[in-house]
Design a protein around this ligand. Sequence first.
Ligand code: HEM
Length: 478
Amino acid sequence: MFPPGPPGLPLLGHFKTMMRPDLLKSFMEIHAKFGAVFSVNLGPRKRAVVIGSVDALKEAADKIVGRSPNMNWMNVDYRNGNGKDARGITYSTGKEWEEQRQFLHMRLSLKELVLGDTSLEQVIMNEAFELRSDLEKREGEDVEIGGEFTLTAVNVVWRLLAGKRFELDDKALNELVSNVRKKVSRFNYKGDYFLYPWLRHVAPGPLGFNVVKVAETGMKSLVEKAVSKHLSDRARTTRKSDIVTKDLIDAFINKTTDASETKMESSLQGELGMQSMNAVCLDMLSATIEKMSLTLAWTFLAMAKYTEAQKSVREELDAVLVGRRAVTLNDKVRLHRLRATILEVQRFACINAITMERRCPEDEDVKVGSFVIPRGTDVYFNYYAAQRDAFERPDDFDPSRFLVKGKFRSDSRADLIYGLGRRDCPGKAIAADFLFLAIGTLLQHFEVSPAADSLSMEAAEFGLLREPRPFKVSYQRR
Ligand code: HEM
């Protein structure tokens, strides 16, 4: 049986969904009426399917891993695509996607090698220390939380990618973060952007395409500069054996010129390899800016709003880190409340409420529960609906739901935070280590309080990710 859903008008699709900017609200309403797996017309294309229960998502996750060609305009404009294909990971599909993901995965699991003489833990700890010093200068000020702290996360990923860090007050980088944040608020997975992308040539300003352009070209040019610098440094090195692999860009370049593989047709080789490398760097940079900045913003909102929860984390930090020694990854086994609190923030925030649409295989229908989703159908994963149904009292902020007798208890329902199946988040280990060390360090040294009387945990209108509404906090050094 094909999943049920509301009727759609010819060309326009489901009128209410298409007219309303907030796609998540519409999906939640249809979910309430038609159930966890439904179909909906989004404009002049085949009915899309939306999946919103943990069991159905787990069943579908490995079967539905393609990408829709609706997004190929993004590839043409920013990722060296030719209109029919895509470079990198986030937008690509098929063999190229598998090769790029596998290479990245392999290099990230060898991250100590990619990082040369330091470890990722050390890089994150140094960045957390820099952030602490930066915040000390702003003690007592009311700070509007937007892209604050994002450069700290960018520095960790940029160190992995390009071997460098930025100063936290780097003007150009802070502007880039703010432009990417604007894109996240304006962008969405329907209408203008994915259904009528030609409109970007007609009215780019009013329809928001310029916001996307500014963010994407800013990130693209940062990546291109780093790659050219690597290439010129290597060109100056006379003996090949003297070339040191100090970061991921080096590892990618080595692969593009690996003589043992030049006969194999691979997206990691030659010119295509160079193009894909640029796109993978862009994928990693944009994921970091977009997702880390929002996770940190939700964390500080929750900590300022739920001061008792904040106090319990701090008491634990003080008890475990005697003499205010620095948090390390080994402390994961002792800092149960910190881990439960971070996971609860991520569950509550559910920033990836709806993922970028996936596409069913072109040669096979997909069975999910009692439903059959025809080959070539676009599918949205509604992680938000699934999480809300899976947890009791979903609107309560309650870290103790991840604690049993005071000990942290992981929960497979929370796996949705980083996505499911073969298309899950390849940066999840980096993100998790970063959040643990950075949030631990900040709460150890600062008390966060609301700058205004009331803080709202309600999300802003949904664009690309689930964002908090603008808010201010202030910090007091302890
Ligand atoms: C708190 C931070 C983060 C969260 C919550 C998060 C979550 C996610 C989710 C839910 C997906 C989509 C999975 C799906 O379609 O089911 C995803 C994809 C992705 N993430 Fe992350 N992510 C985070 C940080 C990062 C970081 C730091 C990186 C890179 C270093 C990264 C790289 C990517 C990439 C490249 C994809 C696309 C994967 C593909 O299409 O195969 N993410 N992430």
